[in-house]
Ligand binder design. Structure first.
Ligand SMILES: Nc1ncnc2c1ncn2[C@@H]1O[C@H](COP(=O)(O)OP(=O)(O)OP(=O)(O)O)[C@@H](O)[C@H]1O
Length: 239
């Protein structure tokens, strides 16, 4: 059974249809990339999946259960973890404390289990040596790692990554991709919106292209990127 399914999901802001009849299924443990021009509706789609927005039409299910009416907190408890484009940790709290907050309040982890879980996530996301540092003092790469770690601390079954590689140097990007690959290798499903294409296509098994809220194409990254329509619309290359 699919871990996540969107059936005929649409959303408008006034007269602007920002999500137009989107339908796809995400398999257990699958990594799906989403690309598209600015304003194509990528972040809106994440807001619909995470429960920050309600669709005007359509149904969203998690492991077959209809979650369309659930709040962001309920979706988080149901297994949807999320990283944001602009990291906003609690800057005065330590990295470890940030994870504790996510685990306790986002993931509903007990006070007894949370410390071990957070220590494990610090290790898996390459943050172990920064555990005691104030989150506000971290480098951009470490802030991105913390964004990932906070999402992991909610014990997600599917994790939404929103342009997490943006702003990193090539070397930092390689490091972050290795961490994301590791998490994917543990069987956590991923949906990743990203403009840094080489990072994205080195992880995902399928790629979706959004344009004016519609799914233009979904398939193997090579096939999608080779499509003349995708090259013209997304890369601006006339073919
Ligand atoms: N709350 C809102 N109210 C009105 N219009 C909105 C709202 N949120 C998004 N939009 C509009 O919906 C369209 C899609 O926005 P969205 O942020 O989902 O695109 P995107 O593909 O994520 O873009 P980017 O790559 O620039 O982040 C844009 O035209 C945007 O201005």
């Amino acid at each position: 059974m699919a871990i996540l399914s969107l059936q005929n999901v649409s959303k408008s802001f006034g007269a602007l249809k920002v999500t137009d009849d989107v339908r796809f299924e995400l398999a257990e443990g699958e990594a799906l990339g989403i690309i598209g021009p600015n304003g194509a509706g990528k972040s809106t789609l994440f807001n619909l999946i995470a429960g920050n927005l309600r669709p005007d039409e359509g149904v969203i299910t998690l492991s077959g259960r209809d979650v369309t009416g659930e709040s962001p907190m309920q979706r988080c408890a149901s297994g949807v973890g999320r990283s944001f484009q602009i990291p906003q940790p609690f800057g005065h709290l330590s990295v470890y404390e940030n994870l504790l907050v996510a685990a306790r309040f986002g993931g509903g982890v007990s006070g007894h289990d949370a410390p071990a879980l957070c220590m494990d996530i610090l290790r898996r996301t390459g943050l172990a040596e920064s555990a005691a540092k104030p989150a506000g003092s971290l480098s951009l790469l470490s802030r991105k790692r913390l964004e990932l770690a906070r999402a992991m601390a909610t014990r997600p079954r599917v994790i939404l990554l929103d342009e997490i590689a943006g702003g990193l140097t090539d070397g930092e990007c390689v490091e972050l991709v290795a961490t994301i690959r590791g998490i994917h290798g543990e069987g956590i499903a991923i949906i990743w919106i990203e403009h840094v294409l080489h990072a994205l296509t080195s992880v995902v098994e399928r790629l979706m292209v959004l344009n004016f809220g519609k799914m233009l194409m979904i398939g193997a990254p090579d096939e999608v990127m080779a499509s003349p329509e995708v090259k013209e619309i997304y890369l601006g290359i006339e073919v």
